[in-house]
Design a protein around this ligand. Structure first.
Ligand code: SF4
Length: 169
């Protein structure tokens, strides 16, 4: 065991991908600028899990770590829909969550946007045609943007949010 750690100290494994780092820096810079212009410098996100496996939420949690540092990108998660600009919707939209999501949307200041996260809300995958699953389309609400992946990683989520913001007029 001691040998293992001696070796590890001599040859540390770098988990950082430099190419990815520089790309991420560019995305972060652009995000700050777009949020500054379109949301007065602060984008409030209400996360709604509507029957997910929790992997999408785990990736979102990683957005708050010091590497991705969401708050420094002018974005933050809020608990109340009344303070939110967008809903980040994960999961298959179960029958139990259906009315809750509509309620969240109605409480948001308008214009409110829904961004679906992961493959579940739109595709439902193996859960399709299940009596307990309704899917995001059944809500009848406008879906402003979809971030695909199962789950999308933090960089894909950040990139998706940037694309969503750029798509706004
Ligand atoms: S998209 Fe994949 S990771 Fe995300 S909630 Fe659905 S099954 Fe889980």
């Amino acid at each position: 065991m001691i040998k293992f750690w001696q070796e590890r100290v001599k040859n540390p494994i770098s988990t950082k991908n430099l190419e990815c780092d520089s790309k991420l820096k560019e995305i972060k810079k652009e995000l700050k600028s777009v949020i500054g212009k379109k949301f007065a410098g602060s984008l409030a996100i209400r996360m709604v899990s509507s029957g997910s496996c929790n992997a999408c939420e785990a990736e979102c949690n990683a957005l708050s770590n010091p590497y991705y540092n969401l708050e420094r990108l002018c974005m933050h998660f809020v608990a109340s829909p009344r303070h939110a600009d967008i809903i980040l919707l994960s999961g298959v939209v179960s029958a139990n969550m259906y009315h809750h999501i509509l309620n969240v949307y109605q409480q948001m200041p308008q214009p409110a946007y829904i961004v679906t996260l992961g493959d579940c809300p739109l595709l439902q995958g193996v859960f399709q045609e299940n009596f307990a699953i309704k899917g995001a389309k059944s809500l009848g609400l406008p879906i402003a943007y979809h971030i695909n992946g199962c789950p999308p990683n933090p960089q894909e989520i950040i990139t998706g949010l940037l694309e969503f913001l750029k798509s706004l007029g």
